[in-house]
Ligand binder design. Structure first.
Ligand SMILES: *Cc1c(COP(=O)(O)O)cnc(C)c1O
Length: 218
């Protein structure tokens, strides 16, 4: 199945860029996909998934976890502050920390619960007005404010502008992570995950190349 092809391409990209085998985690992005496609990927043994919508994930993953055991589910879509509590209880990682109000809410929830999902700060590397994410120029201050409230951060995440070469965006994100001592790099999707791995991605988010095209009319 397509999952095995993607896993093989990730392994080849790790070798080609001198990365350790297994150093890149594949997040299978299951948003909007029919349940039978998600179940097929679970049945093949994959256990790391990505979702964009809290409500959709909340309706899907409790049952699938009961059926298949521990599954890591990563939130990769924009997160409203009023859904942060639900998100902290549901997700193993949140890739879209992008503003102080959300960071503060997550820090409070982490303190109450004594644990926190792995957190990535989304950076708007293309400085697109319609896109979420901290602007590159604001990143240092934002990271300092996260440290000030003891919010543990895993790394940085970006979604390069559509129709542009992703490589310079991946390189920029990688530099910003290194400058800030952050190890995690969430970057690369179906069309560009190999370039992301060459630039140091630790997490690639691949949807349609595994599951097929999404049908938003469903
Ligand atoms: C939907 C989505 C993906 C997966 O995109 P594909 O092109 O289907 O691989 C990855 N990252 C984010 C943030 C997404 O919203």
């Amino acid at each position: 199945m397509a999952l095995q092809d993607i896993q093989a391409r990730i392994a080849a990209a790790e070798v080609a860029s001198g990365r350790a085998a297994g150093s890149v985690q594949l997040i299978a992005v299951s948003k909007v996909q029919p349940l039978e496609r998600v179940v097929a990927v679970l049945e093949s043994g994959h256990r790391v998934f990505g979702e964009n919508y809290v409500q959709e994930a909340a309706g899907k993953w409790p049952d699938l976890r009961a059926r298949f055991g521990a599954v890591a589910v990563h939130m990769i879509g924009p997160l409203q502050t009023n859904k942060a509590k639900l998100a902290v209880d549901l997700f193993d990682a949140i890739h879209t920390v992008d503003r102080p109000s959300l960071a503060e809410k997550l820090a409070r929830l982490a303190q109450e619960r004594g644990r926190c999902p792995k957190l990535f700060v989304q950076v708007n590397t293309g400085e697109e007005p319609q896109k979420a994410g901290v602007l590159p120029a604001d990143l240092d201050a934002f990271l300092a404010s996260c440290r000030g409230i003891d919010l543990p951060l895993e790394g940085l995440m970006c979604i390069p502008p559509e129709g542009e070469d992703s490589a310079p965006h991946f390189a920029m994100l990688s530099d910003m992570a290194a400058q800030n001592g952050l190890a995690g790099l969430s970057m690369g999707m179906s069309g560009d995950f190999e370039a992301a791995i060459a630039a140091g991605a630790t997490h690639v988010r691949v949807g349609s190349a595994i599951f097929g095209a999404r049908n938003y009319a469903n």
